[in-house]
Design a protein around this ligand. Structure first.
Ligand SMILES: Nc1ncnc2c1ncn2[C@@H]1O[C@H](COP(=O)(O)OP(=O)(O)OP(=O)(O)O)[C@@H](O)[C@H]1O
Ligand code: SF4
Ligand SMILES: [Mg+2]
Length: 321
């Protein structure tokens, strides 16, 4: 008899999140998201500022702000994350799913040396028999991300931006998670360091067979370093697919606009970028239709009235495949 298929590492279906708004209103932040990730797979969640990327990550970490309401299905290795209580999350967070937060300086404790911060998840999740072994394990983790024992003894403010980012990655990896979420891990870094950090994440995924959800607004930088891309706008998914295919043939008007706006190698200094006009709507501004309709060159009257259904690949009335 054949074995039943094992569940994907991460399975998100129909995820909607609303937040408390002014005067008792609700703000719909995420709408009907479908995402999945296998062990050893990397997926980049791409979108402009305010499109809902961090809220998606916070949902997967059980860290949504108070008053948030969540609907849909979110599971990690078959376990529903929406059914976990705070006690359960104490065992899951950092161990099964870990996150490199968007702001390195606020995510690190300024009063604690780096080594102590990397040891914390190892001790908390009892991944070493004693403190001496936990220390060795933390030092090995720091070495893997390129930090020397002297840097392990530094306070966060004594490290450069790139070193702090490496320390955060070491902290997130210390619990040996099945799923690593990296939220804009390269934003504060220069171009050379950005490439180094992304290459490091790529190597770690291959080494450990964990899943990587890489969050970025920088399409040009991330697209070639992940297997799949999911493009978000206004709290909805616009397009999702294999990265190589989406790079050569972006279909959705928003994906195409992002592609056209990216800087190109060899483009020449005098070649202007095709800037995407307008801006991402605030949560209160998103109506019932396609959130991209005010900026979309292909918009039709029905785009403003009704949101297109998600086909598993695209959400657009005008482009269906
Ligand atoms: N606690 C909150 N209360 C109300 N609105 C919020 C809250 N957190 C986020 N938002 C709103 O939800 C939307 C999505 O925010 P989110 O932080 O997920 O965006 P993002 O895609 O991560 O953007 P960025 O690239 O700037 O980090 C934004 O409009 C933001 O203002
Ligand atoms: S549904 Fe309409 S507005 Fe939205 S991307 Fe497609 S054509 Fe543009
Ligand atoms: Mg964010």
């Amino acid at each position: 008899m054949s074995q039943p298929p094992s569940p994907p590492l991460l399975d998100v279906r129909g995820l909607s999140v609303s937040l408390p708004g002014p005067k008792g209103s609700r703000l719909q932040a995420l709408r009907h998201l479908d995402l999945s990730l296998a062990h050893g797979e990397s997926l980049a969640l791409i979108g402009e500022s305010g499109s809902g990327k961090t809220l998606t990550a916070l949902t997967l970490m059980g860290l949504l702000p108070p008053g948030a309401q969540v609907e849909g299905h979110v599971s990690l290795q078959g376990q529903s994350l929406l059914d976990l209580d705070e006690n359960d999350w104490g065992h899951w967070r950092g161990r099964r799913v870990a996150m490199v937060f968007q702001e390195p300086l606020t995510a690190l404790n300024p009063l604690q040396k780096i080594l102590a911060q990397v040891m914390e998840p190892i001790v908390l999740h009892r991944l070493a028999p004693d403190r001496a072994s936990a220390r060795d394990r933390a030092l090995a983790q720091l070495a893997r991300v390129g930090l020397a024992p002297t840097q392990a003894q530094a306070y966060p403010h004594q490290l450069s931006g790139g070193q702090r980012q490496r320390a955060l990655i070491a902290m997130a990896l210390a619990g040996d998670p099945d799923l690593l979420i990296a939220d804009e891990p390269t934003t504060a870094l220069d171009a050379v360091l950005r490439v180094q950090i992304l290459d490091l994440l790529d190597a770690l995924v291959k080494e450990r067979g964990m899943g990587l959800l890489l969050i970025s607004h920088d399409l040009a930088l991330t697209a070639r370093r992940v297997q799949r891309l999911a493009v978000m706008y206004g709290g909805r998914l616009m397009e999702q697919g294999p990265a190589a295919e989406m790079l050569t043939r972006p279909r959705h008007p928003y994906t195409r606009a992002l592609w056209a706006a990216r800087p190109r190698l060899g483009g020449g200094r005098d070649q202007p970028l095709q800037v995407l006009p307008g801006g991402v709507p605030s949560l209160a501004q998103v109506g019932p239709g396609c959130p991209f309709h005010p900026r979309c060159p292909m918009a039709q009257p029905r785009c403003a009235a009704e949101a297109p259904p998600w086909t598993g690949r695209l959400a657009c009335w005008e482009v269906t495949e």
